[in-house]
Design a protein around this ligand. Structure first.
Ligand SMILES: [Zn+2]
Length: 346
C-alpha cells in the first residue's frame, strides 16, 4: 500500500508518500480502507520529534481517519465488512487504577495513534476495534475523517472537565483552529455566551458564523482588555486555552472570580510565567484535559453525524501532498481542518 511516512524527524521535507507493507489486523483489530484523514497540530509535533517519545521508523503519522471495514480480527464482534468507521486515537491499557476507575484518558500508559505508535495516514490501517466508532453511511468522508480528535477534546474540556453550565460566559482562544472551532460550537450548544478570538477579519467572520456572541481580533487589541470591556470588568467564567505561553497570563487575567481555565495544549510553548497571586486571590481553577473517553466520543460524534456540529474543512489534498498540509497547519493558514485522501481515491 501507499502510506505517508518519515524515517527521521525534521522539517516538512522528511515526509514521503511511498510503498509500505500492507498491514495485517491482529485478533482485536479491524482493517480499514482509508477514505479521508485529517491533520492535527499533533502531527506537526510528532514529525519534528517530541522529547521522551522514541518512534519505530519509518513512522506513519496521523490520528484522524475514516474509511470502510475490509477485514475483521477473530475477536472483534462490533464491526463487519463494509461498515463505515472513524478512528478515535486514544489508547489505554484497561488494567491500571485509572482505567479500572473508568478514566481511560488518565491511563498511566495512555498513548495516541499516530503520536506514540504508527498512525492512519495511509491507504489502509489496522486499528484496534476499541479505537473505532461507527459512522452512518450518509456522512461525508471528509466530515467522518476530521471530527474525532478535536471534537472529543473540546467536549471533554468544556462538558466534563470545566462542567460548563447554560448562561455562563466562555472565552475561546484561537477559534479558527481545530479545537477552537469545536469548542465554540459546543459552548453554544450547552447554552453559554461565547466570546472568540482570532487573528484576521476573515477568521473572525467565520467565528461569527459559528455563533460567537462577540469576536476579538487579538492582533489589534489585548484580548484580556477586550474581555474586561465586554463584561464590565467582571471577566468570563471559563477560558478555553490550547495556545500556552503566548496567551496564558492574559487567559488568567480574563477570568472572573472563581473562573476556570481549561487547557489541552500549548502550541506556542509550555513554560509561561504565571501570576500566582491572581490564582489564589481570585480563587481560579486551572484544569487540564486530554482527548475523551469512549462515552464522550460517542456523545459528541453522534451530534456531528446528526449535523448539530460542523467540522469545517479548510482544504482537501491528495496524501502525496501531506508535506504541504503540514505547512498549512504550522503557518496557521485559514481556518478549520486540513484533510488528506489517498491519491488512489481521487
Ligand atoms: Zn490504564
Amino acid at each position: 500500500m501507499q502510506a505517508v511516512q518519515f524515517s527521521e524527524h525534521g522539517d516538512t521535507d522528511v515526509i514521503e508518500y511511498d510503498e509500505f507493507p500492507d498491514p495485517e489486523p491482529a485478533d482485536d483489530e479491524v482493517l480499514v480502507d482509508v477514505k479521508a484523514a485529517a491533520l492535527n497540530h499533533l502531527d506537526v509535533w510528532t514529525r519534528r520529534g517530541l522529547p521522551g517519545i522514541d518512534l519505530e521508523m519509518p513512522h506513519i503519522p496521523g490520528s484522524d481517519a475514516a474509511g470502510v471495514v475490509t477485514e475483521v480480527g477473530t475477536d472483534v464482534d462490533r464491526f463487519e465488512e463494509g461498515d463505515h468507521v472513524a478512528v478515535s486515537a486514544g489508547v489505554s491499557c484497561g488494567s491500571c487504577e485509572f482505567c479500572r476507575d473508568g478514566e481511560p484518558t488518565m491511563c498511566v500508559d495512555f498513548h495516541i495513534l499516530g503520536e506514540h505508535v504508527r498512525g492512519v495516514h495511509a491507504e489502509q490501517a489496522a486499528v484496534p476495534a476499541d479505537n473505532l466508532v461507527p459512522v452512518p453511511d450518509h456522512v461525508d468522508w471528509e466530515v467522518a475523517g476530521s471530527a474525532s480528535l478535536v471534537f472529543q477534546t473540546a467536549w471533554r474540556m468544556l462538558v466534563t472537565r470545566a462542567d460548563l453550565k447554560p448562561g455562563e460566559t466562555v472565552l475561546v482562544l484561537g477559534a479558527s483552529g481545530g479545537v477552537g472551532h469545536a469548542a465554540l460550537q459546543i459552548a453554544k450548544y450547552v447554552g453559554a455566551e461565547v466570546y472568540a478570538t482570532a487573528s484576521s477579519e476573515e477568521k473572525l467572520e467565520y467565528a461569527d458564523e459559528l455563533g460567537a456572541d462577540e469576536v476579538i481580533n487579538y492582533e489589534q487589541e489585548d484580548f484580556d482588555d477586550a474581555i474586561r470591556d465586554i463584561t464590565g470588568y467582571r471577566g468570563v467564567d471559563v477560558v478555553v486555552d490550547h495556545i500556552g505561553a503566548a496567551t496564558w497570563d492574559k487567559s488568567l487575567a480574563s477570568l472572573a472570580k472563581g473562573g476556570r481555565l481549561v487547557t489541552c495544549g500549548a502550541t506556542t510553548g509550555p513554560n509561561p510565567e504565571t501570576d500566582v497571586n491572581r490564582i489564589f486571590w481570585n480563587q481560579l481553577e486551572v484544569i487540564g484535559s486530554t482527548m475523551g473517553t469512549p462515552g464522550e466520543v460517542d456523545d459528541v460524534l453522534e451530534l456531528v453525524w446528526e449535523g448539530e456540529f460542523e467540522p469545517r474543512i479548510r482544504d482537501t489534498l491528495p496524501m502525496s501532498e501531506t508535506a504541504r498540509a503540514h505547512e498549512m497547519l504550522q503557518d496557521r493558514e485559514g481556518f478549520g481542518k486540513v484533510v488528506v485522501r489517498p491519491d488512489s481515491e481521487l
